[in-house]
Design a protein around this ligand. Structure first.
Ligand SMILES: [Zn+2]
Length: 153
């Protein structure tokens, strides 16, 4: 067993988000709405050694299975993250997160005059125009959006 696996305890049922880019773990929590208010045990490890020269963040959420809808958010925040679904201590599903061509609802457009920020009930839609550079464009006002400065809905 790798050293990094010993830092946080094994979980019986739930989701392990592994290989999060170091420093982005807290942002992942925010994006996924994981705040512990539901009473489930949540373990967060930041800057865990990964390989000889790199570090990663890990989040373990007990009794919650991450949906694909949430996986899309991870693809924007930390594209190399992996999602492991654990049932009865066994790894039953391992997913790589994949960046979709467009992202509905998750982010708020940074343009205050954008129609998605008005009182109209229009959900945001961001087109992914550069997958490697994580560049998004609002479908409605066409503003180019910096992923690192976006707010989550
Ligand atoms: Zn917009």
């Amino acid at each position: 067993m790798q050293e990094s696996n010993l830092i946080v305890r094994r979980i019986k049922d739930g989701t392990v988000i592994d290989h999060i880019e170091a420093g982005r773990g807290l942002r992942v929590l925010e994006a996924l709405g994981i705040d512990g208010k539901d009473g489930n045990v949540i373990t967060i490890a930041l800057n865990v050694p990964s390989g000889k020269y790199s570090k990663k963040d890990i989040i373990k959420v007990e009794n919650r299975y991450l949906a694909d809808y949430d996986t899309n958010k991870l693809a924007v925040i930390s594209p190399k993250a992996t999602v492991n679904i654990i049932k009865d201590y066994k790894l039953v599903e391992k997913r790589r997160v994949t960046l979709p061509n467009k992202i509905d609802k998750i982010f708020r457009c940074s343009n205050p005059d954008c129609i998605t920020n008005s009182h109209e009930s229009i959900e945001s839609v961001m087109e992914v125009i550069d997958k490697a550079g994580l560049v998004l464009r609002c479908k409605y006002c066409t503003r180019i959006l910096d992923v690192n400065q976006l707010k989550y809905n």
